[in-house]
Structure formats: structure tokens, C-alpha cells
Design a binder for this molecule. Structure first.
Ligand code: FAD
Length: 578
């Protein structure tokens, strides 16, 4: 028997989407019993806290929702779900006011007293609200204060494993694992909100928080939800390069390019001249990241395999004033952004793909909501910088409102004991196999020696970086697909030593399983999309093909755990393409 925890609403993830959801649900109905399940420290984990540049929102009368909407569609190369994109831009003004006046965030002000809005790439108006260059800490710190006031039940350092249904196939809750204690429980809930922040971490160079490993998306996949736009993985153009340091991949924010930073190759050329002479460094992320990658691959990069960003021409004092956080970050690795060029590389940053949702974060499973980076559709083929934290807070708020309403009408249900047992056994697999000696997968000889998952994780990251990264082609993707299948077999045979309590190797094995699940769908989708659009660039199909491919790829778990793909025309409900 495992513990059962009852709640009206279970929220999985404590980033911007998770905390906004808790806030809205509990304010909509103060009697709600909300359980907040967080793999990382509550309110201090995930990527919302890492948000540097800021938050896109229309506040200036000279700007307009229509313009923000069009910029978002242009950036997303018209693959966006237009209803979701409109929901984002039209909801952001109210949410930023809420963040300021009710949640208590302080954003930078212009000399005339209005909220300061800065330039971000791919936008025709300066609409990015910020707190210096560390905006996420301000938002998350204040949201966390509000959460303490409301007092949800916190399950911290607790990893959600699987969504579980009752005997009639209705959503009944979620199985969880207390990472430190090694104990399992099932949270029975009327409504479950998945907000685990997606996963761009299965690449060699990556920016997001390390505990984000696609768990939420993998959970949705196993439950049979449709996933969309999974081939759309965004690479940020300027990740730090710092050898084996954990800071490799950490982002130098987009506002630098907005403020006039140059991107240079090793010969000192402003190489964006070659790729987008009009917008130069202020082109959208997909274009700038690919340009950097192409320079590096053409041998015009630095010896460490990077390019350079230089903003020192603004003067050291100005750079230190405007980008204090970024300057501090570069000094940590012995470089100095205020005084000279800093070595950078494209870094995997954000997954535009995710679960199919409606405007209120609803899914095909009654009672199951998905919010934030775990959901797909808002950003299409490429997210604009500044639209991510807007997404997590706008849709987090909507999920909270919807959850409060839904919880009134949905009863608590008893999870099917077999599903709960299967979830626990699946998670325990790597430990069980270690207890039973060398494992057999039924496919090939038993593999001894595969006791630690770390080499497999490294192989996964290398596979995705080289086979399904910034520049893709059929042969490389097929190699990646085959390599992932081999890795899946090895992962399924892992026999991890040590007990269940506080066992990092076991946790890594569970992370790896989620990452492999998501990576497989990314590669299958990337193989299917035979054109180039936004973040998805195929060197064998280098052109965007609106006639053939203004279509959304939707993936679903098929027979024998295969990836079943379907493509659907984009509903041009509000705007045609230009
Ligand atoms: C370095 C960096 C800088 C960025 N800068 C900007 C910016 O300037 N502007 C912008 O708009 N966007 C920016 N983004 C993107 C932005 O951070 C994301 O769009 C957004 O924060 C995602 O919010 P979220 O709530 O979906 O997920 P997150 O904030 O990432 O939260 C995920 C939560 O889920 C938890 N979790 C994960 N797995 C599990 C599990 N199995 N069980 C329980 N809990 C789990 C994590 O511990 C965490 O609490 C940046 C991203 C990065 C990485």
C-alpha cells in the first residue's frame, strides 16, 4: 500500500505557470485544497526564475495588441495556434498589472514614471517589461511570497511520475516519488495541472534548469494526449562557452542584441551581414542562432567552437549599469562583457512543442490541464524572446481559474490500483534490475556494466546535438532515430545500484527515460516535416513551403509504443499568412 494524498487540485511544477495557477485557483475559491508538487525547490526551480530579459506586453498607446499578435505570428512563421497566440497577447496587459499591483513586482521605470519597455528581437515596438536583466527573480520571488500567504500543500523535492486514471478511464490523480525519502504516494485530485516546463535539456549545450527533463510532456504522452510542433526546438544564439563548467549553455540575454551588441566571428566580421543584412543582430532567434552555427561549422569560429558577442562599444559603465547580471555572469568565467567580446555558442533553450491545449489549458482528458512550456501552439515555429514568461503567467492564471471551476463539478475518483502499481514498478525498474542481477530486455544479450545512466545521458545529448539540432537533414535524422532506439534499449536495461532514498543515479535514470520519450517524438516530427520553418531547418529542404507545409504536425502514442503522426492545416482563424 502506498500513501494516498487527497486534494481538489494537484499542480505539478512550481515555475511561473505553476505558481500563477495556484494563486488564481486559491483566490477564485479560498476553500480549495491545492497540492503543489515540485521536483525542484518550490518557487526557486525551473526557468521562470532564470528569465533575464523580460516580458512582452502592450502597454503604450502607440503599440497595439494587433501588432504584438502579428509579431508573434511572424516570429512563429505562422505555425501558431492563432487563438492561443491571441489569448497570450490580449491577456498579457492584465496579467502584468496584476503582477505589479497585486503580486507586488517592481519593474524598471522610465524617467516619466511609466513602466520601462525595452527592445527585443523580432518585434516592431519596444514592449519588453523588465527588472534590470534579472526579471524572473523579481517575478518568482514575489509569486512565492503570495504562495506562502495562501498556503497550498507543498510537496517539495517530489517528482510527479504518471497521471493515473480510475477503472472507468477518468482522470483520478498522479503518482509521485519523494526524491529524498524514496517513498511513493498517489495524489488523488479532481483536477490535475501539468506545468513542468518542457525540456530543452536533451542537447549537449543547453540553457534550461537541469531538473527539467520533459517529465510533464512524457506523462502526457503516456496518457495518450496529442503533442504538437514537437520538431520546433528553439536555440538561443548566445549561450556562454565555459568548458566543462555548468555555466556552459547559460544564456546571455537578448536585450544585449536589442541594445546594439555585435556578433563577430573569429576574424572579427559582423557575420549577420551575410544572413540578415536588414535586421542584423536583431533578427529572430532562429535566424541568428543558425547563422552562428553556420559560422562555427564553416571554420570561422573561435578555437573553442564559438563566436563572439561584443557590446563594449557602449562603454563599460553603461554596460555595467544596464546589464549588471550578465556582466557578473561573464566575470564568473574569467571574461568581461563590459570591456570586450565574450565567447558564445547557440544553446538549446525552449521547446515550442508540447501538449495540445485549448485557451483555458484544457486537454482531451477531462480534468487534465496543461500550462506553460509543457503546452504547444502559442509560439508556432519560433518563440519571440519575452513571450515565454508571458505565456507561463497568462496561461498559468487561466489554468488556475479553470481548475477552480472544474474542481466544483468533478468528484474525487479512486485511481485504478493496477495503474498505480504499474507506475511505481516502472519507476522502480532500474533499482529492481540491480537487485536481480544482469537484466534481460528480451532483445539481445543481457547487458552488464550498464549500472550508471550518465554515459547514456551524454550519448543522448550528443545524438540530439549532431542529429537533430540547428541544421538537420534526412540522413542525420535517421541516424539520430536509430541511435535513440539503441539508447532506449540500453536505458530499459539499466540496473542502478543503491537504494531508493536520495539516489542521484536513479533519478538520472528516470530523467533519461522522460528525455528519451520526448526526443523520439522530436526526431520523428523533424523527419516528417520536409521543409524549413522557424527553428526547424532542413538542409535538404531549405525553403519554407507554405503550399505543402502550412500544417501542424500532431504526434500521438501509436501501436507498440510507436510514434503516430498526423498533419493538420493551420487554422488561419484571425490572420492569413503574408
Ligand atoms: C536562461 C533562460 C532565460 C530566459 N529568459 C526569458 C526571457 O527573458 N523572457 C521570456 O519570456 N522567457 C525567457 N525564458 C523562457 C521562460 O523561462 C519559460 O518560457 C518559462 O519560464 C517557462 O515557465 P514554466 O512555468 O512553464 O516552467 P518553469 O518555470 O521552468 O518551471 C517548471 C517547474 O516544474 C518542476 N518540475 C519539472 N519536472 C517535474 C516533475 N516531474 N514533477 C514535479 N515538478 C516538476 C520544476 O522543478 C519547476 O518548478 C528563459 C529561459 C531560460 C532557460
Amino acid at each position: 500500500m502506498i500513501d494516498v494524498i487527497d486534494a481538489d487540485v494537484a499542480v505539478i511544477g512550481s515555475g511561473g505557470a505553476g505558481l500563477m495557477c495556484v494563486l488564481h485557483a486559491m483566490e477564485a475559491d479560498p476553500d480549495l485544497d491545492v497540492a503543489l508538487i515540485s521536483k525542484g525547490a518550490v518557487g526557486r526551480s525551473g526557468c521562470t526564475r532564470m528569465v533575464q530579459g523580460g516580458y512582452n506586453v502592450v502597454l503604450d498607446p502607440a503599440d497595439s495588441l494587433e501588432l504584438h499578435f502579428e509579431d508573434t505570428l511572424e516570429g512563429g512563421q505562422h505555425l501558431n495556434d492563432q487563438e492561443l497566440a491571441w489569448t497570450l497577447v490580449s491577456g498579457a496587459p492584465e496579467v502584468i498589472r496584476e503582477l505589479e499591483t497585486r503580486v507586488g513586482c517592481f519593474f524598471d521605470r522610465a524617467p516619466d514614471g511609466r513602466i520601462h519597455q525595452k527592445a527585443f528581437a523580432g518585434q516592431r515596438f519596444d514592449r519588453t517589461v523588465h527588472r534590470g536583466d534579472l526579471t524572473g527573480i523579481e517575478i518568482m520571488g514575489r509569486l512565492r511570497d503570495q504562495m506562502f500567504r495562501l498556503g497550498p500543500r507543498e510537496l517539495e523535492d517530489v517528482r510527479a511520475l504518471d497521471l493515473v486514471l480510475d477503472a472507468d478511464g477518468e482522470l483520478a490523480g498522479v503518482t509521485v516519488l519523494d526524491v529524498m525519502a524514496g517513498s511513493f504516494a498517489v495524489v488523488r485530485a479532481r483536477v490535475v495541472v501539468v506545468a513542468t516546463g518542457g525540456a530543452a535539456t536533451m542537447y549537449r549545450i543547453a540553457a534550461p534548469a537541469r531538473e527539467k527533463t520533459g517529465d510533464g510532456v512524457a506523462m502526457c504522452w503516456r496518457t495518450g494526449l496529442e503533442l504538437r510542433d514537437m520538431e520546433m526546438m528553439q536555440f538561443h544564439p548566445t549561450g556562454l562557452l565555459a568548458g566543462d563548467s555548468r555555466l556552459t549553455g547559460a544564456v546571455l540575454e537578448e536585450g544585449l542584441r536589442g541594445a546594439g551588441a555585435y556578433l563577430l566571428n573569429a576574424a572579427g566580421e559582423r557575420y549577420m551581414e551575410r544572413y540578415d543584412p536588414e535586421r542584423m543582430e536583431r533578427a529572430t532567434r532562429d535566424v541568428v542562432a543558425r547563422a552562428g552555427y553556420t559560422e562555427i561549422m564553416a571554420g570561422r569560429g573561435t578555437p573553442a567552437g564559438g563566436v563572439l558577442i561584443d557590446i563594449s562599444h557602449l562603454g563599460a559603465a553603461e554596460v555595467e549599469r544596464r546589464f549588471a547580471g550578465m556582466v557578473a555572469r561573464t566575470r564568473q568565467i574569467g571574461q568581461d562583457l563590459a570591456r570586450g567580446p565574450v565567447e558564445v555558442s547557440p544553446t538549446a533553450h525552449f521547446h515550442m512543442g508540447g501538449a495540445v491545449i485549448d485557451r483555458d489549458c484544457g486537454t482531451a482528458v477531462d480534468g487534465l490541464l496543461v500550462s506553460g512550456e509543457d503546452a504547444g501552439g502559442v509560439h508556432g515555429a519560433n518563440r519571440l524572446g519575452g513571450n515565454g514568461v508571458a505565456e507561463s503567467t497568462v496561461f498559468g492564471a487561466r489554468a488556475g481559474d479553470a481548475a477552480a471551476t472544474l474542481a466544483r463539478s468533478r468528484p474525487l475518483r479512486d485511481p485504478d490500483p493496477d495503474s498505480v502499481a504499474a507506475s511505481v514498478e516502472r519507476a522502480l525498474g532500474p533499482l529492481r534490475r540491480a537487485g536481480e542481477g544482469p537484466p534481460r530486455t528480451g532483445k539481445g544479450p543481457p547487458r552488464s556494466g550498464e549500472r550508471l545512466p550518465f554515459p547514456l545521458t551524454r550519448a543522448l545529448k550528443e545524438t540530439m546535438w549532431t542529429g537533430c539540432g540547428l541544421v538537420r537533414d534526412r540522413a542525420g535524422l535517421e541516424r539520430a532515430r536509430d541511435a535513440l532506439e539503441a539508447l532506449r534499449e540500453r536505458a530499459a536495461a539499466l540496473a542502478v545500484p543503491g537504494g531508493a532514498a536520495a539516489n542521484p543515479a536513479w533519478q538520472e535514470a528516470l530523467d533519461l527515460e522522460s528525455q528519451l520519450t520526448v526526443a523520439r517524438v522530436i526526431v520523428a516530427s523533424a523527419l516528417a516535416r520536409e521543409e524549413s520553418r522557424g527553428a526547424h531547418y532542413r538542409s535538404d529542404f531549405p525553403e519554407r513551403d507554405d503550399a505543402g507545409w502550412l500544417r501542424t504536425l500532431v504526434a500521438r502514442r501509436g501501436e507498440e509504443d510507436g510514434v503516430a503522426l498526423d498533419s493538420r492545416p493551420v487554422a488561419l482563424a484571425r490572420r492569413a499568412t503574408r
